[in-house]
Design a protein around this ligand. Structure first.
Ligand SMILES: Nc1ncnc2c1ncn2[C@@H]1O[C@H](COP(=O)(O)OP(=O)(O)OP(=O)(O)O)[C@@H](O)[C@H]1O
Ligand SMILES: [Mg+2]
Length: 513
């Protein structure tokens, strides 16, 4: 043992001696070159290779640095003893990262990768118009030379992918709007965002369970379908048209979709968009994994049939509050006017043109109360792939509302009283034609009652509604009969003439035969 210590001491002594000779004999410039050379020499004999990943690559932020930081945060949270903690903007979760000059060992495909977070003070900062941080940060990755050709590329790809997934998980959903009417923010962004906190989920949504499952499977297939879309040469996007009376849950379904997939929502206000090119710019500034929504499409833009071209009216907020344009695909002569308006073809290209696939993994959702008002070109597969009718409350949907609002247990033991009540509700709910929004309101009002009492109150409301509807339709029939009689009395001449013409026609037809 004594010999070992003696040899270490003499080695250190020799090193110190060489260093003092180096400093005394060689000028600083030469010293630096010698140090560099010796470093190279060391690298030649070393079995490891090293990669520096700096925070900035000259001017721009190095994406890889951020990705490595996030990727290591996953392992750092369990295996390192000293960690930096942070919370990103719009995120509700904390991120762990390696502290300055700490190391962490990771394994990938059987190979070992050692990461070191290197932080040094920046010396003599050179002049720059941009604010330069005092610290220079970077990661050093060391892997065995023999592993480099096998793992390096796929390891870095794996890091980028994992980081993107983690970023997405850590980030709260955002709800974007273009309500600034084309004005850009300080970063040149046309969208404004707020955290998206809508609590609607597929569990809270009152929808026929079979239909719900169909939508869920479709969404899951879409989200997992990257390879499929690539193989079939399709842009990775999907369109849903939600239609039905007000209060049937169209907006709630969009929120449930976003919560299910973990996507952001871009709520596109078409009346704030003044031209097709503005629409394209908005599209280009959306991110993947997002739902682009146009609510009440029939109200926000007056779309005429593409083939009949014609006037497309966009209510604008500018001085010319109503702008008339002509479809820019069908008319070349009107290019000047169409460039200042948004047209049907602009919207069609937005959803299924070449520009619609800039970025990927995007869902388009349009909602309307009047599907019959929409141009068939907008509804075709490829644009609106799935048409979802949101109907008045059916019995299966009512059961979901009762479960959520009254804690009604449909899986519990059979109970004669409750079964009878449910049967009565089932008989009456379709005829009442009440929306889930109306029924929820009744349930909210009655939630202080015991659940059976609340269900009875609801039954009464449904029955009253059926009666009122019957009365109304009877009243309408009587009114129509009265109207006809009145008309017959008021214009007997007209009726006589009609009869004469009718008889003449009949006689002529007989002669022809
Ligand atoms: N299918 C449903 N399931 C659960 N709640 C619903 C459903 N439909 C409506 N509601 C309730 O009614 C309210 C209004 O629903 P929502 O805004 O989703 O309707 P909508 O179909 O988008 O209406 P509009 O056509 O007027 O925009 C929601 O806050 C929600 O609580
Ligand atoms: Mg709505």
């Amino acid at each position: 043992m004594k010999e070992v210590w003696t040899s270490i001491a003499s080695l250190l002594g020799a090193l110190a001696f060489f260093q003092s000779i180096l400093q005394a004999v060689f000028p600083p410039q030469l010293r630096f070159t010698i140090a560099k050379l010796s470093h190279r020499l060391f690298q030649c004999f070393s079995t490891y290779c090293y990669f520096e990943i700096t925070e900035t690559d000259g001017v721009n932020t190095n994406e890889l640095y951020n990705a490595v930081q996030l990727y290591l945060s996953r392992s750092a949270s369990v295996s390192a003893s000293r960690l930096s903690l942070s919370r990103a903007l719009n995120s509700s979760s904390f991120t762990f990262s390696l502290s300055n000059n700490d190391q962490l060992v990771d394994t990938f495909n059987g190979a070992t990768a050692t990461w070191e977070h290197v932080v040094t003070q920046r010396q003599n900062p050179s002049f720059s118009w941009r604010a330069i941080p005092d610290e220079k940060r970077g990661f050093t990755l060391s892997i065995k030379k023999k592993d480099k050709p096998i793992i390096l590329q796929c390891y870095l790809n794996h890091i980028m992918l994992t980081a993107a997934q983690l970023r997405h998980l850590n980030q709260d959903r955002l709800l974007f709007t273009n309500s600034r009417g084309g004005a850009l923010d300080s970063r040149g962004h046309p969208w404004e965002s707020v955290p998206f906190k809508h609590p609607s989920t597929f569990d809270t949504l009152a929808l026929d369970p079979a239909r719900k499952l169909e939508i869920l499977l479709d969404l899951r297939d879409f989200a997992d379908g990257q390879a499929f879309y690539k193989k079939t040469g399709r842009a990775w996007k999907r369109g849903y048209l939600l239609y039905g009376p007000p209060g049937t849950g169209k907006s709630s379904l969009i929120a449930a979709m976003a919560n299910f997939l973990g996507y952001d929502i871009y709520d596109l206000e078409l009346t704030e968009v003044h031209s097709n090119s503005e629409l394209r710019k908005l599209l280009m500034k959306t991110t993947p994994k997002s739902i682009i929504v146009i609510e009440d499409i029939d109200c926000s833009i007056n779309l005429s049939n593409r083939s009949s071209a014609g006037k497309v009216t966009v209510p604008c907020s500018g001085p010319d509050s109503v702008v008339h344009g002509v479809d820019d695909v069908n008319s070349s002569s009107s290019s000047s006017s169409s460039s200042k308006t948004i047209t049907l073809s602009g919207l069609l290209n937005f959803t299924d043109g070449l520009w619609s696939c800039c970025g990927s993994e995007r869902i388009f959702v349009f909602t309307t109360n009047h599907i019959e008002k929409l141009d068939p070109a907008l509804l075709r597969s490829g644009r609106m792939d799935m048409h979802i009718f949101m109907s008045y409350c059916s019995f299966p949907a009512l059961k979901i509302l009762m479960k959520n609002y009254l804690d009604w247990d449909f899986d519990g033991e059979e109970n004669g009283d409750e079964d009878e009540l449910l049967k009565e509700l089932e008989e009456v709910v379709d005829g009442a034609e009440m929306t889930p929004a109306d029924i929820s309101e009744v349930l909210i009002k009655n939630r202080r009652f015991e659940k059976r009492q609340a269900a009875k109150e609801l039954l009464q409301v449904l029955r009253n509604r059926v009666l009122a509807k019957r009365k109304k339709s009877n009243g309408n029939e009587v009114m129509m009969e009265e109207e006809q009689e009145k008309r017959a009395l008021e214009s007997p001449k007209e009726d006589e003439e009609t009869m004469v013409n009718h008889n003449e026609k009949k006689n002529n037809a007989g002669k022809d035969k």
